[in-house]
Design a protein around this ligand. Sequence first.
Ligand SMILES: Nc1ncnc2c1ncn2[C@@H]1O[C@H](COP(=O)(O)OP(=O)(O)OP(=O)(O)O)[C@@H](O)[C@H]1O
Ligand SMILES: [Mg+2]
Length: 366
Amino acid sequence: MKVNSLETVNYRNIENIRIEPCDTVNIIYGENAQGKTNLLESLWLFTGCRSFRGSKEQELISFDKDFAKLSMTFSDDGREHEAEIILADKKKAVFDGVEHASTSVFFGEFLGIIFAPQHLSLVKGGPYERRKFLNMALCQLRPKYENVLSDFNKILEQRNALLKDIPRHSELLDTLDIWDERLANYSAIIMTQRLRYLEETEPFLKEIYSGISGGKEEIGIKYETPVELSGTDREGLSAEIFEALKAARPEDIKNGSTSVGPHRDDLLIMLDGLPVRSFGSQGQQRSCALSLKLAEAAVIKKLTGKQPVAFLDDVMSELDSGRQDYILNHIDGWQVFITCCDPSSILKSKTGKVFEIKGGQLCSST
Ligand SMILES: Nc1ncnc2c1ncn2[C@@H]1O[C@H](COP(=O)(O)OP(=O)(O)OP(=O)(O)O)[C@@H](O)[C@H]1O
Ligand SMILES: [Mg+2]
């Protein structure tokens, strides 16, 4: 998977840039606040995922402008594709000349992984961040996962509304069975997908973490859920979730919310058996988050046969030279976009293209 060209119009502070990256390492450098992350973000949108900074679409359009347009060409297995995203009152995504209303058309077509400083929250933050990581990884791998997730959220909302009504209308209690059954079915699809994904990830994660840390510590992961995971076949799991939902009913009615399901689960990340969120050092936490992202790329490669593009925002400045070397060697052969303020350390070990960004403009490329 390779980006061949990108052109931006009215995208944040990069109002008009055209780049033709190389197939290996592309370094985007410049002083703070010049538009390096913006450029990475614009490429990232073609994965079909939202901005990794959690920005609203309107915020991506340059101040004082009423639309933004991104045009990208990329190749996949030697075939070139044309992709366009137009952000305006009405969003448009164009893939090989066909118009769509949502960028989710790019899920599974253009594949990437992103590591930005805020992804440390994957390790340091609350369970929501880890669920988001799993959801995003699965959306790219299994485009239908997004629909399942969206249906699940609708059913969850309806069940929660019902739970709030039950204290005033006790006759509604009888309808809860139907909702619990539906919710259990969707929960089981999401959970089996997540469990399978983690099974695929674990060996890569262990290998990568061991490489980054020089074999000093061992990483482990465990999917955390109050549901008994005796087997991971979907029907069995659905029955288990249904029972757990039933058992949680009195509490759920009291709180007006659903306490069991994939919207409450977590991923425990451990180093030598200890939760890294509570006991890990800064460097260990950073290495864990980065390993999870690189393992995500390895799983994509294994399951789709396609090498995702790696987007690394400001990652090198936080790592010592041993870890930097490991990462650069590990991603050898991939197309990579790395942003940094000072490119000298990366330039020493790699050939590739270097783009200097100043005030949202491309001021040099070599
Ligand atoms: N919608 C927008 N319109 C115009 N400018 C914007 C918009 N959104 C953000 N910016 C500006 O883009 C600038 C550059 O942001 P960006 O995050 O890309 O910087 P950076 O080069 O990655 O800096 P750093 O090295 O500090 O990470 C910011 O100063 C911000 O004010
Ligand atoms: Mg930045």
